[in-house]
Every structure is written in structure tokens, then in C-alpha cells.
Design a protein around this ligand. Structure first.
Ligand SMILES: [Zn+2]
Length: 413
């Protein structure tokens, strides 16, 4: 006899910032590898659950007098390119006044509010990865320092401006990667999730020579940002510890000559930032110290198969000016899902819907491994009625009537 589970809730993590991963520059096909897209999107999503900066929508169009350009590093070539919101060189005001043509003409560029774009790709390189914020285009600094400008997104302006549009990240096409999100040590390769977290950290300006604010806080091989330092002290000094345990007043950087702004490899540890659902696979756990994610060289090994974002990195983001969550958002409400037996002895499910929301029915036979019933259903404000075995739907677990136990839930997003 089958059983069913009623009244299930949304289980997808709440995003504070949406990081829109953009593959247009992946000309080497790096992200065609099985699991690669899932892994970069999981890493992007992890940062997006931590940073809750409000960003105004961007809508830049071809303009007779102010064709905006921005300049990411092309992930597949390592070269900085100019992307213009103009339709073509022929309508590009900057070309009209004598500037060289841009590399790419977008004919308008839009980003939704609270959305940040990450261009990704792979190339042949000596390191495992490389990343940075989107840079300034030919005329971008002019609009960047204008607090009224769309490209400040209502957040910041001036010479220390953060990259509020996005960043770019590239990964080595030669490395032996392990893209398995649930088993960082299993395939014997380098845990891609850890390296992706590290590189996206650079794209937000952490430990980046392309980040004016980071450079301002760094000198003579030390970092003076207050939030990162106090996070380090909080994690490393126990209450009641003897006085000889000194609080630090700076963090060590890799290169005292100031050409490498990473944390000094192995010099400092911190605990995993607990909010925003860190990975639970292969990490040290919630109350143990791990090497810093933004160390110059990530030493992934049997003791640390996966490194997560630590309190020190989150402190660094605060020092740069990003807004960060300080607690987990309240759990999403349960959906008023009703389940009953259908006339043919299977399962019938009903649920009031909201216009425009997407409802994905999932089933499991073991309560652990949930599979999507395809396709998802778009809400129209009416009650959704669905029967197991209904024509037009593919249920990978098969009909409930043929099984000894089957469970259902519905995800709304
Ligand atoms: Zn790095």
C-alpha cells in the first residue's frame, strides 16, 4: 500500500542577491563537462545567499550622446574587452568622437534589480583560476562617478566604487577537476566548488588588485580592514584564554611588496560563515577552523577536501562596502497542499496557485532522493489539480499504484 506525505514546503534556498552566470564567453566549452554548470551555479548561489546588497535594475540602451561601455576580462582569452551598449560601431557615439570601436556591441544591456552578472569560461592557464570585477570601459569612469548614474545601481559611486554590474571568472582547461558537489574527494580531482568560491570572491573585489578599496586597506603585506580583523579575532581567541593570546590588529597578505593581495597561505584560519546555507559536504563543520578561502594557494587535501567561505572573507566584503546577511531568513511558509486518493487508486494533489509562480511536483520512493515530474506548471491564480499518471506529464518514479511507498512535494518559485 502506498503512503503519501502532505503539506510540504518550499525547499529552495532563499537568494539575497541573484548572481546570473553567463556562459557567452565559454568558447572552449569548459562548462560542457558534466556537472560543471551545476557546480559554478552552486558556488555563485552560495555567495548570493550571503550578500544582500540592494541593486537597482540596469537598462542601458544605444544613446546619441553617452554610449556606455564596460570592460570585463574575456574568460577564454584573459584579455580585457570593451562591451558597448550601442547597437553597432556606426551608432556608437564614442566612435563618432574618435575612440576605437568596442569589441562587442550589445544593442542595449539590462540587468534585473538585485542581479549581478558573472561571465565565466575556461582557458589554458598556469593557475587553476583567475577572476576579477568587471572593469571600467572607455567612458565608464565618467558615469561610474556620477551618483545619479544607472550603473551605480543606487549603491555607490566615486573612485572606490565596487563593481556593481558583475565580474568574470576563468578556470584552467588542463586541471583534473572534480565537479561532484556531494563528494569533494571522491573522484580524486580538485574540488571545483572550492576554487569557484575563491574566484567569485575575487570578482566581488576580495583580495583583488583590481579593487581600489582592497588596495587602500592593504599595505606592506598586511590588511587593515576592521571587519575582517575582528572576525579573525572572534574565531581565534577563546573567551577566558590567557592574556598572552594577543588580538591581531592586521591580517597577513601573501606578498609584502604588495603585488599579491591574497591572504598569506596557511598563516590564518577562520570558521565557516554559518548563515546562507554553506555546503555540508567535505567541509570541517560549523565550529572548526579551516584555512582561509582566499589564501594565495588553496591546499585541498584529506583534512580539507573542500573549503567554504569563512567569517574573515565575509568581513572582507563588509570592509569593501557590501551589505551582508546577519541571520538566516525565516523559513518559507508551507504550501497548502492537499493530497487524496484518485478514482483510479493513485494520488490526486491540489494546490491554490499564484499568477506567474512556477510549481514543480517532486516525487520520491525513499524520502531522500527527490525527482522532478516534468514539466513544471505555471500558476494562473486558480487551483492546480494533478493526478499521478496524468497524461502529458513524465513521472520518473512511475505510478503510485504500482509502488509500496511514494511521497510527494511541490516546490514553488
Ligand atoms: Zn586567487
Amino acid at each position: 500500500m502506498y503512503k503519501f506525505l502532505a503539506g510540504l514546503s518550499l525547499t529552495l534556498p532563499v537568494q539575497a542577491l541573484t548572481i546570473q552566470v553567463d556562459y557567452r564567453f565559454d568558447t572552449e566549452g569548459f562548462f560542457d563537462a558534466p556537472g560543471a554548470k551545476e557546480a559554478i551555479e552552486a558556488a555563485a548561489s552560495r555567495w548570493g545567499r550571503i550578500i544582500n546588497q540592494n541593486l537597482l535594475a540596469v537598462n542601458i540602451q544605444d544613446d546619441a550622446r553617452n554610449d556606455v561601455r564596460f570592460a570585463p576580462i574575456h574568460p577564454a582569452t584573459g584579455k580585457q574587452i570593451q562591451m558597448s551598449a550601442a547597437a553597432s560601431a556606426g551608432s556608437d557615439f564614442l566612435v563618432e568622437v574618435g575612440a576605437p570601436a568596442a569589441d562587442i556591441y550589445l544593442d542595449g544591456f539590462e540587468l534585473a534589480e538585485d542581479t549581478w552578472i558573472l561571465f565565466v569560461g575556461g582557458r589554458n592557464m598556469d593557475d587553476l583560476g583567475a577572476a576579477g570585477p568587471i572593469g571600467l570601459g572607455t567612458n565608464f569612469d565618467g558615469v561610474d562617478t556620477d551618483p545619479e548614474s544607472l550603473v551605480n545601481r543606487g549603491f555607490n559611486s566615486g573612485p572606490d566604487s565596487l563593481s556593481v554590474l558583475g565580474g568574470s571568472a576563468a578556470f584552467s582547461v588542463n586541471a583534473n577537476w572534480n565537479f561532484d558537489l556531494n563528494d569533494p574527494s571522491g573522484a580524486g580531482g580538485i574540488d571545483f566548488y572550492s576554487i569557484a568560491l575563491h574566484e567569485i570572491g575575487h570578482a566581488f573585489g576580495l583580495c583583488s588588485r583590481s579593487s581600489p578599496k582592497w588596495i587602500e586597506l592593504s599595505s606592506s603585506g598586511t590588511y587593515q580592514g576592521e571587519a575582517a580583523i575582528s572576525a579573525f579575532n572572534a574565531d581565534n581567541v577563546e573567551v577566558g584564554e590567557p592574556m598572552e593570546v594577543m588580538l591581531v590588529n592586521a591580517l597577513e597578505l601573501e606578498n609584502p611588496n604588495g603585488r599579491d593581495y591574497h591572504w598569506k597561505t596557511g598563516a590564518q584560519k577562520s570558521k565557516i560563515f554559518q548563515f546562507g546555507q554553506p555546503s555540508r559536504f567535505g567541509v570541517v563543520g560549523s565550529d572548526e577552523l579551516q584555512p582561509l578561502l582566499m589564501d594565495a594557494n588553496l591546499n585541498l587535501n584529506a583534512q580539507y577536501p573542500r573549503l567554504e567561505i569563512t567569517n574573515v572573507e565575509v568581513g572582507g566584503l563588509i570592509d569593501l562596502g557590501w551589505s551582508i546577511i546577519s541571520e538566516d531568513p525565516p523559513p518559507p511558509p508551507e504550501l497548502p497542499l492537499a493530497l487524496e486518493r484518485s478514482v483510479n487508486g493513485g494520488i490526486k494533489l491540489s494546490l491554490p496557485t499564484k499568477v506567474g509562480s512556477t510549481y514543480t511536483i517532486q516525487t520520491t520512493t525513499d524520502g531522500v532522493s527527490w525527482l522532478n515530474v516534468e514539466p513544471s506548471i505555471t500558476g494562473d491564480g486558480e487551483t492546480l489539480n494533478w493526478e499521478d499518471g496524468q497524461e502529458g506529464f513524465v513521472d520518473p518514479n512511475g505510478n503510485a499504484i504500482d509502488l509500496s511507498g511514494k511521497f510527494y512535494r511541490v516546490i514553488e518559485n
